[in-house]
Design a protein around this ligand. Structure first.
Ligand code: THU
Length: 128
């Protein structure tokens, strides 16, 4: 059972998306990560002219939470500006597998909501 309902999580991701800085790709992304205790951390993509220095929405939310000492997570909602499902990139999947391996991931498009586990998105995860 999630500490917040999925609609709330998605609304939070939509709010997060409003702060995206994506002048180079024009592709905005918002993420909302909820902790076991029900606290929500928002993230958005932040691009940089040196494109490799850009941050994804998912990692922004995760890093915000981790730097506040949070360690236990329940779910993440992800929305993008183009109305299609935004699957987390490989780097974000790896980070989620490391720090939030048991979360439910909710992706949103015009067609509705899809739910995935981290294991589904990143099978055969690299671990040390
Ligand atoms: N992006 C995310 O924020 N999350 C994803 O899951 C995929 C891609 C961002 C990175 C970049 O700012 C823009 O979307 C286009 O790739």
């Amino acid at each position: 059972m999630l500490p917040v309902d999925v609609d709330t999580l998605i609304k939070e991701a939509e709010e997060a998306k409003k702060h995206a800085i994506a002048p180079y790709s024009g592709f905005t992304v918002g993420a909302a990560l909820v902790t076991d205790g029900g606290r929500i951390y928002r993230g958005c993509n932040i691009e940089n002219p040196s494109l490799m220095l850009s941050f994804c929405a998912e990692r922004s939310a995760l890093i915000k939470a981790l730097t506040e000492g949070e360690r236990d997570f329940k779910a993440m909602g992800i929305v993008s500006g183009d109305g299609r499902y935004c699957f987390p990139c490989g780097g974000c999947r790896q980070m989620l597998a490391e720090f939030a391996p048991d979360i439910e991931i909710y992706l949103v498009s015009d067609k509705g909501i899809k739910k995935y586990s981290v294991q589904e998105l990143l099978p055969y995860t690299f671990k040390r």
